[in-house]
Design a binder for this molecule. Structure first.
Ligand SMILES: [Zn+2]
Length: 325
């Protein structure tokens, strides 16, 4: 794909600029659709929050945001296009489903008794990448895949195989969710063995691990990694801290992997369904869980570790442009 699908038209890789590889304007855990009586879609409030997120990202030079929300978790082509039209931000949306325990597993599990669901999932992805989503002309720009803690389940494997085929036929980028820093090497291996282009794959949530050997087992396969949960740190999220993650980036850059690393927060700007009650303790734990953290903490933190401006810019600008080229 020489041209990249954003939700309001195509751009070239050179037009991407600073890019966040994994955020969520809207996100709801599967099932939120069933709580619509008390947790319906609040158009005005959500619009305000998402426009604010765009402005917060733009304040440190971001001009492209990849929205990683999967189909059943509230991906909303119409709404994302509205936000892009209102703000001028390049927003790239996904096609795909989340990992088994937190996805709409029941639907596909039921269908597989009646149809070749790998073929059906391929058709879904292919149509959303090339024709449009839900009858609109908004096209997905990436495939989003996910696997479970310490395993790729048989259902998840069907999605990976369908995605590899859709990648081959469209040239699109694949981004992934790994659960708590597990299965990164296996995800890359599965996609590549199914014929996907390693140069178009970004294994996600790799900042869930501080094990350099684990990172190298992924990077040596020629794929990218997304260090994309900055701000979601520590105990509550079962993850390393942001400081530890920055140390990992510095080590990997020193080992020569600086052209294979990209950044994001996995921020959720709107929780779909009923609003969440934020206790003071939760507020404290979530204080950096927003789209500002890379600008505020990570860029200065990497500089403090001795990374050059060019090395830091590569993570935000050159590497996203390269994977989308
Ligand atoms: Zn995410």
């Amino acid at each position: 794909m020489k041209q990249i699908n954003t939700v309001n038209g195509t751009i070239s890789p050179q037009q991407m600029g600073r890019t966040l590889m994994h955020e969520h304007f809207l996100f709801g855990f599967a099932g939120f659709q069933g709580d619509a009586t008390l947790g319906g879609f609040k158009e005005e409030e959500y619009t305000r929050d998402c426009v604010q997120a765009v402005e917060d990202a733009r304040a440190y030079g971001v001009s492209t945001i990849v929205d990683a929300t999967t189909n059943e978790c509230g991906r909303n082509a119409r709404f994302l296009k509205k936000i892009a039209d209102m703000t001028g931000m390049n927003i790239i949306c996904s096609t795909g489903f989340y990992f088994q325990d937190e996805s709409a597993f029941a639907y596909w599990n039921f269908r597989k008794g009646f149809a070749d669901i790998q073929e059906e999932i391929f058709e879904m992805m292919y149509t959303e990448l090339t024709k449009g989503i839900e009858g609109t002309d908004v096209k997905a720009g990436v495939i989003k895949l996910a696997s479970s803690y310490n395993q790729i389940t048989p259902m998840e494997e069907i999605f990976f195989k369908a995605a590899a085929r859709a990648q081959k036929e469209t040239g699109c980028v694949i981004i992934t969710h790994t659960q708590l820093g597990t299965m990164g090497p296996e995800q890359a291996q599965l996609l590549i063995s199914e014929g996907a282009d390693p140069g178009k794959i970004a294994i996600g949530h790799m900042c869930g691990s501080t094990d350099i050997d684990y990172h190298e087992r992924v990077l040596k396969q020629g794929v990218y990694i997304n260090m994309d949960r900055f701000g979601l740190e520590g105990e509550l999220f079962h993850t390393p801290t942001d400081e530890e993650r920055m140390d990992v980036i510095k080590t990997l850059v020193d080992k020569g992997y600086g052209s294979q690393i990209m950044l994001g927060h996995d921020s959720v700007n709107v929780n779909l369904g009923r609003g969440l009650i934020m206790t003071p303790k939760m507020q404290e734990l979530m204080k950096d869980a927003n789209i500002r953290t890379i600008g505020k903490k990570v860029i200065p933190g990497l500089a403090k570790r001795g990374m050059t401006e060019d090395q830091i810019e590569a993570l935000l600008t050159a590497n996203p442009a390269a994977i989308f080229s």
